[in-house]
Write a protein that binds this ligand. Structure first.
Ligand code: AMP
Length: 438
């Protein structure tokens, strides 16, 4: 299937082409037609599957179709997209702006932690599409600075994250303020009972689309594990970064303090690194993100909350410096690489106390994680306690990790390898998500 087959207007096709998308991803194939028809939709899909375009493109088209509204100051928003985090909200708004560049529609993004004045002004000036985190949106509504009486389409993105982050009451209050007659789309990476209940309440006869990205991520990303003592993790990280052909790497730690410590350690070792977590100001987080997206990115050390929804192409390596105690979090983490069909590399540093976490991850993915054979003396070649791991080759032999010869490379050699692009066009490669309709 091509984008031309999906019934999109020339203006949108042109924008998609400019973005370099050649074929729709599975969720785009499945969702766009239904959203264009005005159907409600329940989508089970993660960030990284192309779901933003799956809702943004048909919404932009419907906004154009319904045209007629004056493009004048003070016009009311007709689309509301709710997002759990500021970063994701920003990225969604950027996507609307990118895909809608030939439509003349306007969007604004609303989130907390920064002055509300520019946001209130953008609303006053008139927007078609509002992308917002629930807290600040409620704030502005309570101050009478915006009303939602004109909303025709509501999108709730990453609904499970909204629940995790305690936004459910805000969402219910926001939904209560919207016109009853509207189109509603709800996306979630997982579908626990509370999301089903919310979906039953706010969706009307929805089309259901499920993208099994869990397996796609597990298959696309070449994973391996080092068994290492906690105290040796800093040295192992340096070793790994210097020898693995890293071009853009995200390192995950469990705590904010841990993220700061790891970033400091790397900087001291001569490797540029930045930490990103919830205690950083919004400006510092944005700066870190801009740096990370540049052609010469530092290593980004992040907590799970800070990394949620980050849309960054061409992440070559994900390092689980600490293993997460929730197996699904691992899947989210490794999904930062291997986006939209690209292959990626994820490596985990597993200390004695984290073996249980590793076993839970392997249970969820239904496969053993190969033990990294490129191990310095302080990392074990196999799980120290009888654990049944083999020193097998990673599960994607077609794309082995790039390793440097064992001798430590000089600093400039290291930087050259980090500057090397991940490979032209890999991030836009053919998506490999397995799709099912319920
Ligand atoms: P999302 O799941 O919306 O966060 O999208 C993940 C990434 O995939 C983004 O960087 C998009 O630019 C990219 N993307 C979306 N649709 C396509 C497509 N049809 N072909 C290639 N890349 C895409």
């Amino acid at each position: 299937m091509t984008f031309d087959d999906l019934g999109l207007t020339a203006a949108l096709l042109r924008a998609v082409k400019t973005e370099g998308y050649s074929t729709p991803t599975p969720i785009q194939e499945q969702a766009i037609g239904h959203v264009l028809e005005g159907r409600d939709l329940l989508g089970v899909a993660q960030t990284g599957t192309g779901k933003t375009a799956a809702f943004a493109l048909p919404i932009l088209q419907r906004m154009g179709d319904n045209g007629g509204q004056p493009r004048a100051r003070g016009r009311k928003a007709r689309v509301l997209v709710l997002s759990p985090t500021r970063e994701l909200a920003t990225q969604i708004a950027e996507s609307f702006s990118t895909y809608g560049r030939h439509t003349g529609l306007r969007q604004a993004v609303i989130y907390g932690g920064v002055s509300q004045n520019p946001q209130a002004k953008a609303v006053r000036d008139g927007v078609d599409i509002l992308v917002a985190t629930p807290g600040r949106l409620m704030d502005l509504m309570n101050q009478g600075l915006l009303t939602l009486g004109g909303i025709e389409i509501l999108v709730i993105d990453e609904a499970d994250r909204m629940f995790d982050m305690g936004f459910i009451r805000d969402i219910q209050k926001i939904v209560a303020k919207l016109p009853k007659k509207r189109q509603t789309l709800l996306f979630s990476a997982t579908m626990p009972a509370d999301i089903r209940q919310l979906a039953d309440k706010i969706l009307s006869n929805p089309v259901r689309v499920q993208i099994e990205s869990k397996n796609a991520a597990a298959d696309l990303v070449q994973q391996s594990v080092y068994f290492v003592e906690k105290r040796n993790k800093p040295a192992l990280l340096k070793h790994f970064i210097e020898r693995s052909g890293v071009t853009r790497a995200l390192v995950f730690t469990r705590t904010k303090h841990g993220a700061d410590k790891v970033a400091k350690h790397l900087s001291r070792a001569g490797i540029r690194a930045l930490a990103i977590h919830g205690d950083k100001t919004q400006a510092a987080r944005q700066r870190a993100l801009v740096n990370f997206k540049s052609t010469s990115p530092p290593i980004l050390v992040a907590t799970d909350v800070a990394a949620r929804g980050l849309d960054i192409d061409e992440v070559s390596h994900v390092v689980n410096y600490d293993l997460p105690n929730v197996a699904e979090t691992y899947v989210h983490r490794i999904g930062r690489t291997g986006r939209a069909g690209a292959t990626g590399i994820a490596v985990s540093f597993c200390d004695h106390d984290e073996r249980e976490h590793l076993r839970n991850i392997e249970k969820l993915l239904r496969k053993k994680t190969p033990v990294c054979s490129d191990h310095p003396e302080y990392a074990a070649a196999k799980e120290p306690a009888a654990g049944g791991h083999s020193s097998a080759k990673p599960n994607r032999p077609s794309a082995p990790p790039q390793r440097k010869p064992h001798a430590a490379g000089p600093a400039d050699d290291r930087h050259r390898s980090r500057r090397r692009k991940f490979g032209p066009g890999t991030a836009k490669a053919k998506p490999a998500g397995h799709t099912t309709m319920w």
